[in-house]
Design a binder for this molecule. Sequence first.
Ligand code: SF4
Length: 314
Amino acid sequence: MLVEKVTPYYRSLINEGDRNDPLAAMVLFSERERDVRPEESPDPIGDVACQACANGRLIHRYPDRALLLVTNRCPAHCRFCFRRERLDTSAPDIDDQELNDVVEYVGQHKEIREVILSGGDPLSLPDGRLLGIIYKLRNAGVVSIRLHTRYPAYDPDRCRTIGRVAERLDAIVVHIAHQREITTEFRGAIARLRAARFLLNQCVLLKGVNDSVEELAALSLSLVDIGILPYYLHYPDLAPGISHFRVPINEAIRLVRALHGKLAGYAIPRLVLDIPGGKGKILLPLTGVEHTESGTLLLTSSLTGEIVEYRESL
Ligand code: SF4
């Protein structure tokens, strides 16, 4: 079971008296997590099948990009985390030998144009270590480096010194799921991350947190107002014990379709789902999806072309 971990800053944003507070739902343990469904898996998007080298640190799923898991630590634990099985505050961060293996692999695979720094949360590493990783990846010929983080929401103070790292990054993707996460402190953190070429947001569609047209629209507009483009809205992966966060897929599609009547195109995130087994991300069609007689969905992998049977777990 994922250990409960919350920063004092984020705890101060929670309405303690509200049992349904959306920020509380994202970080406080719920008994409903004990309800693990047969469709759920500790490796919901097939990371293991795509591990390239170095102790499972590099995930090479798409030809042109690879994900580098530099740490297993996060400032707080999201209760909907799909890599929850990896999170461990005592596990070591990437070491020099592992980094050298990654750099060698990337150097031998010229088709890898972009490396995405992830984890855990990469900002758990000191700035100097991040600069060293970025330097080695650039030397190996990587054109684009992207970093994903939820620090600006959980511990904005961490971003005080981040300018030198940010200016060496092509994109920073923050993971903001509710408009109340956009505080004065958050805006201060974003001002420092702005040295990166692009600032994007991706978040998970979460029942009880942001599953309404009003909240999704308010979140998108709040992000756009501070120069962050909404990029992806993820349908929750089949990670164990998170079925209470899922809405039916056709409801997710209805929500995003409704945004098209309210917001400018650049303010609307793309609704995506990761097909289990490492078969990659697909855009869900806004016209809705058809269920088979047995209640499953037939999804076509953009990565492999396979048609995959997918069972919703609600
Ligand atoms: S920040 Fe990302 S990796 Fe860390 S707990 Fe949240 S979802 Fe998981």
